[in-house]
Ligand binder design. Structure first.
Ligand code: TEU
Ligand code: CA
Length: 555
């Protein structure tokens, strides 16, 4: 299996297509849209969780790992979905959320009832002698990471929402549960597994206070050596038994070195990692809840370092701009107003011609953008609402806090897929759980009829399948100091062919120098968002159009 030839599409089931008018996307809705999916020629679909869940964190709070939440459908629907996708050669990747489970899960409920076996599934600790919480850790969604354990004097750890209790992976029974769940879904024909925040499962048995610095605090529970043992066990006892399995570890705040360790084939751990550093370039001092323009040079530096580093270490990485936790990249790094199509295509090219496995988040292929909401009441995500409150508690005005929520909320990308220009964007006949906006401009019907982004994605996907330079080539950064252009080269060990890619991240027309060894060469333009594939002669420089991407194949 060549991971470099694969392209993965991400579906957020709640927002893809609603088949029964309750305003929530569902599995039957996805089945209905298989003909649409088939047009993209992708290889696998990653589905965000649709297991039984109280939905405090939209399904990342799982109460039963082996059953479909009735609001999304039934096991029979799931089996039909897998079978029908198989017919178009698309495999299924499921989201395995094992760092924590819902406090509604029977494990937690039994623990609450005093069952000692299940109390050992969680981090349950007494307060400090002075009455303080067991540690001073913060939850990633704001507030302390400890909550009262029922009516006792004890507390349980939750790195995320209080409804998401951290599972104690030291306990072999917990690891066995994870193995069994993966194997359960393997028997249903599932080939792919995404492991949610996998690199924070290695907490120490004795939890200690941090010095208050958030990076130091994360280091206490992130990427500890034992995580590798846990992954090796999962691999050995579950997915590793399937040579076609594709796995991705969502790795919070990880490093290049760690990512190599998790993914180099000899270690038998994971196929690839999701790392997020390139998406933190519009943060201020590491803090997400700010509104600052993105730092292009930093973005380039991070992409270049990760590409070259992972390549050197023989690791493998997931390539992506968007997912259900991120506002649309088009709003952050492109120009959705003046150059929506060109900048969407440029962003796609920049990522798709890199070394790794690209992920496309549903709607990205239409150039979807952040919704235009005018009230905080349009937002529903726990993270956004907590952050809004916290910003105001710290003295910010409601207006300023709202402006930040607008650009940073995860709801931005969770807005229902736009199928047509009707009131609910053709997503539901009922009341959508999140309100779509701008579907009069951006929707599947219009895109397939006269848009250019969808077609451009098809070209990128097909190029990856046909060009070994894209799927297998090494990476070399080019024009590293250029203030507008992200450029790189791809090359193979056993061939003279090379790929040279230029991506203009701005709405004006910079010149880009052509590296000396490529000058005066007869080249093939493989893809260009301003023109057709063609032959041409490279000179010593080229002038790029606004948000132009162009890739040359040199023989
Ligand atoms: O996200 C993990 C994660 O690192 C988040 O804290 C992320 O940084 C945040 O959403 C960005 O604002 C995963 C899931 O993708 C996310 O949807 C879940 O909420 C989270 O785990 C908890 O399961
Ligand atoms: Ca529904």
């Amino acid at each position: 299996m060549n991971l470099g030839k694969k392209v993965i599409y991400q579906i957020y089931p709640k927002s893809f297509y609603d088949s029964n008018g309750d305003g929530i996307g569902d599995l039957r809705g996805i089945i209905k849209k298989i003909p649409y999916i088939a047009r993209l020629n992708i290889d696998m679909i990653w589905f965000n969780p649709f297991f039984v869940s109280p939905q405090h964190d939209n399904g990342y709070d799982i109460a039963n790992y082996r059953e479909i939440d009735p609001r999304f459908g039934t096991m029979a629907d799931f089996e039909e979905l897998v079978a029908k996708l198989k017919k178009i050669n698309v495999d299924v990747m499921l989201d395995m959320v094992f760092n924590h489970c819902s406090t509604g899960h029977e494990w937690f409920q039994k623990a609450l009832a005093g069952d000692e076996k299940y109390m050992k599934y969680f981090y349950i600790r007494p307060a400090k002698p002075n009455g303080d919480l067991p540690t001073n850790w913060e939850s990633k969604f704001g507030g302390p990471a400890w909550a009262k354990f029922g009516d006792t004097d004890l507390y349980y750890l939750h790195l995320f929402d209080p409804s998401q209790a951290d599972l104690d992976w030291h306990n072999p029974d917990v690891r066995q549960e994870a193995v069994d769940i993966v194997n359960f879904w393997r028997t249903k024909g599932v080939k792919g597994f995404r492991f949610d925040v996998l690199n924070v499962t290695g907490k120490d048995e004795v939890l200690v206070d941090s010095d208050g610095n958030i990076d130091h605090e994360k280091a206490l529970y992130t990427d500890t050596p034992v995580v590798k043992d846990y992954i090796k066990q999962l691999n050995r006892e579950s997915f590793g038994q399937d040579p076609d399995a594709v796995t991705v570890g969502e790795m919070s705040s990880t490093t290049i070195e760690k990512s190599i360790e998790y993914t180099k084939p000899d270690d038998h751990e994971l196929s690839m990692v999701f790392a997020f550093h390139h998406l933190k370039v519009d943060y201020e001092n590491g803090e997400k809840w700010n509104k600052v323009p993105f730092d292009f040079m930093k973005l380039k530096r991070i992409l270049n370092e990760w590409q070259a580093g992972i390549d050197r270490g023989n690791g493998w990485q997931a390539l992506f701009w968007n997912n259900h936790d991120q506002p649309w990249a088009l709003n952050r790094f492109g120009d959705p107003v003046n150059y929506r199509e060109k900048s969407a295509e440029m962003l796609a090219t920049a990522i798709h011609l890199l070394r790794g496995t690209p992920y496309i988040y549903m709607g990205e292929e239409l150039g979807m953008i952040d919704p235009h909401y005018y009230s905080i009441h349009n937002y529903v995500d726990v993270e956004a609402l907590n952050a809004y409150q916290e910003m105001m508690d710290n003295g910010m005005s409601a207006h300023d806090a709202f402006e930040i929520v607008k650009t940073k909320a995860r709801d931005n990308s969770r807005v229902p897929m736009h199928w047509d220009d009707s009131q609910n964007a053709g997503f539901t006949t009922g009341k959508p759980w999140l309100k779509p906006t701008d579907q009069d401009q951006i929707n599947v019907q219009a895109e397939l009829d006269h848009g250019e982004i969808f077609n451009y994605y098809q070209q990128l996907i097909n190029l990856r399948k046909t060009e070994d330079l894209i799927s297998d080539g090494h990476f070399k950064a080019e024009l590293e100091d250029h203030p507008q252009v992200f450029a790189y080269r791809r090359y193979l060990d056993d061939s003279d062919e090379q790929l040279f890619v230029l991506n203009n991240f701005y709405g004006y027309e910079p010149w880009a120098d052509i590296p000396a060894d490529l000058q005066n060469k007869e080249v093939e333009v493989l893809i260009d968002n301003y023109g057709e594939p063609r032959k041409m002669q490279l000179k010593d420089a080229i002038r790029l159009q606004p948000y132009q991407s162009i890739a040359f194949k040199i023989k």
